[in-house]
Design a protein around this ligand. Structure first.
Ligand code: URA
Length: 433
């Protein structure tokens, strides 16, 4: 087989065979197919697309290019969740204990963040002592015993995707639905869960800005999961403003702990319950979504979900006293109010700008080498639809720097205040099964 012929076939809009797709993935991973041919191939896919069958074959080939995590030592039906990424997204810290409180195992492999705020692991490390490095045996034992463990990603998962994603990044071919969907799903599938709930964000702060694009991505990913034997559901949720009120590492742990203690932060609580309900239904812990939602809501009220959070922290050697007294979490030296300069209603909050403002404070990494400052972050005082008066704080910056001028500027750019009242955006746009 020649790569030249595979490129031409895709360029001319024909469907590739399993052998042809595997030839490309295998050859490119091994360095036998050069970057210039892989670039031509991804550009051909960009313009011609891929059928559902081709996308599934591509994804499986990328999974097979590296190691897969064997979770067969875990008892029960393992569910995982994945978010396409947003600002203030601390849903994992609520959903993990919530699903565990229903007796369903959650074995989560997570990464660190680049840009904006930290990733799941960075945020968890705001809890003093909490260990995310552990042996495979310890990981599996923790899940079996406590129904929840979160560990740093180990192993060489989907190396074909790593190489291809880097190439797409510099050849204008990131934005292809089958390539994005295959890329995300190859990493999820290699992580070994039986079922997957995807939280596909939509809006100004999301990777996909329009509902139409988000829905198309969600459908592609659900099709891949289902075609490759994993029950997959996607929740399309809003990211036209940060989720909840807290952005930053300790800030987000604090807000998640408050929800688990029964606090009613509307958007965050609702989305967490929604995702956890789909996860537990996929795991067959409940016979209906309604039953799942009701029981999980009770578990937020009766302390079961919070108890599961405590057990998880203890099992991973974290200091549980910080969730009993949240003021013991890392904090910043200064609290800087960014105040409204006119009366009106908040009509937009650019989530990405809030994320960048938090990164400037030290909550995220601009480069891989940067150290995260767990104590800094942003508390939103106003969200879309709220009325504001001149002089009222829009946000509070938790900063170790007295001025934080760059962050103040970015927050100002993020907020739009208009004279007309605007409704809060719909939180959950669609469920794709
Ligand atoms: N995230 C990924 O992991 N892959 C893509 O292609 C795009 C976003």
């Amino acid at each position: 087989m020649r790569m030249y012929d595979v490129i031409v076939k895709k360029r001319d809009g024909q469907e590739l065979s399993k052998e042809e797709i595997e030839f490309f993935v295998d050859g490119y991973t091994k360095g036998e197919i050069p970057d210039y041919q892989a670039s031509a191939f991804t550009m051909a896919v960009y313009f011609q697309g891929m059928t559902e069958n081709e996308t599934a074959i591509l994804t499986q080939a990328m999974v097979d290019s590296g190691e897969t995590i064997d979770l067969s030592g875990i008892e029960g039906h393992i569910v995982d969740k994945h978010s396409t990424g947003g600002v203030g997204d601390k849903v994992t810290f609520i959903v993990g204990p919530l699903v565990a409180s229903a007796g369903v195992p959650v074995a989560k492999m997570s990464g660190r963040g680049l840009g904006h705020t930290g990733g799941t692991l960075d945020k968890l490390e705001a809890i003093p002592g909490l260990q995310i490095e552990m042996s495979k045996e310890e990981f599996i034992n923790n899940v079996n015993q406590h129904k929840l463990a979160v560990a740093g990603q180990t192993g060489n998962l989907a190396p074909a995707d790593k190489k291809l994603y880097a190439l797409r990044d510099v050849t204008g071919t990131v934005n292809s639905l089958p390539l994005i969907a295959g890329s995300i799903m190859s990493k999820k599938l290699a992580s070994g869960a039986d079922s997957i709930v995807l939280d596909v964000k939509t809006g100004s702060g999301a990777f996909m800005k329009t509902l139409k694009d988000s829905e198309a991505l969600a459908r592609e990913m659900v099709n891949i999961g289902n075609n490759l034997g994993r029950n997959t559901v996607a929740v399309i949720s809003d990211m036209n403003q940060p989720l909840g009120f807290e952005v930053g590492n300790a800030n987000e742990i604090k807000e998640a702990a408050e929800i688990l203690q029964g606090k009613k932060v509307e958007d965050l609580r609702q989305l967490s319950l929604e995702i956890a309900s789909h996860m537990t239904v996929l795991a067959e812990a409940f016979s209906s979504y309604e039953e799942a939602y009701q029981t999980l809501e009770e578990n937020l009220e009766n302390g079961k979900a919070f108890a599961a959070f405590r057990t998880f922290i203890e099992a991973q050697h974290g200091d549980t006293s910080v969730i009993d007294d949240l003021s013991k979490l890392p904090s910043a030296i200064h609290a800087i109010e960014v105040i409204a300069e006119k009366d009106g209603y908040v009509s937009a909050i650019d989530a990405e700008s809030i994320g960048i403002a938090a990164m400037y404070l030290g909550a995220g990494r601009a480069t891989k080498e940067d150290q995260i400052n767990h104590g800094v972050g942003i508390t939103l005082n106003k969200k879309i639809g709220d009325s504001v008066k001149v002089g009222e704080p829009l946000v509070i910056l938790h900063s170790d720097n007295r001025e934080a001028a760059e962050s103040v500027k970015k927050v100002r750019e993020a907020y739009t205040i208009s004279s007309e009242r605007v409704d809060a955006p719909t939180l959950i746009h669609k469920i794709i099964k």
